[in-house]
Design a protein around this ligand. Structure first.
Ligand SMILES: [Zn+2]
Length: 247
């Protein structure tokens, strides 16, 4: 382990443009549930009698907004704090690296930890807007259960989340920026994702830099291609690597 951490630290030292591509496993260390694991939302949320994937669809949102928001408040609005992984990734910038975080998470924890360039492939649960007039709202407005279905104070339209729902397309600009960042990167660190969700997972195929590192508790489809693989906690690995660099 010590040896691998040393190699990881050396790779980071040699790299200037670094992309961290992360998934749900980055946030589970903050106590947030992921989607697909045994304890994840998709396998444990039974109370609505409807698969969560279906609740999280744009059609369901329009047909049953009350149920949508009840579910949404339970799983997508939280006061979780950044963990060691988020903090370590943010600290890479302080070493003078140009870091782009590409995340499949919608919890905004990378920004809270201090990362300045974050591409949110699946949108953000920190942002809301009126579907009719576009007026923007904060999470507090939607969290307030008095607004069972939150409506726009200006026009009465339904307020929706910026999170990309099933049946919707990913944001074109975010995808383009993601491809460009990965294409330009010297180093790609993949963390907390088993790379099973498309199209998000296909972006990493654009990488042609020097160092590919995978950190994930389970095997991923990129393990074989990686220069270094850790089947371990992202927070621990990233922190150990930073400690190694700082000496
Ligand atoms: Zn409105």
């Amino acid at each position: 382990m010590k040896d691998k951490i040393k190699r990881f630290a050396q790779m980071v030292k040699e790299s200037q443009k670094i992309v961290f591509f992360g998934g749900a496993g980055v946030s589970t260390e903050s106590g947030l549930k992921d989607y697909r694991s045994r304890d994840g939302i998709y396998n444990t949320c039974k109370k609505y009698g409807i698969p969560p994937e279906e609740i999280l669809s744009i059609d369901f949102f329009w047909e049953h907004p009350e149920t949508f928001f009840e579910f949404y408040r339970e799983y997508f609005i939280s006061d979780a704090l950044p963990n060691k992984a988020h903090t370590a990734i943010a600290q890479l910038e302080k070493l003078g690296k140009q870091v782009t975080v590409v995340t499949q998470n919608v919890d905004g924890l990378h920004q809270k930890a201090g990362s300045t360039r974050v591409l949110e492939l699946h949108g953000s649960a920190a942002k809301y807007y009126c579907d009719r007039c576009g007026e923007k709202y904060g999470v507090e407005y939607v969290a307030n259960r008095a607004n069972a279905v939150p409506k726009c104070a200006k026009c009465g339209g339904i307020i929706r989340t910026d999170v990309v729902l099933y049946g919707e397309n990913l944001d074109h600009n975010v995808m383009e920026s993601t491809v460009r960042a990965i294409w330009d990167a010297d180093m790609l660190i993949i963390g907390g994702t088993s790379l099973t969700v498309y199209p998000a997972a296909s972006f990493i195929e654009y990488f042609h830099g020097n160092h590919l590192v995978v950190i994930n508790k389970e095997q991923t489809r990129s393990d074989d291609a990686a220069d270094l693989v850790f089947h371990d906690s992202i927070g621990q690995v990233m922190t150990a690597m930073l400690d190694e660099i700082k000496g």
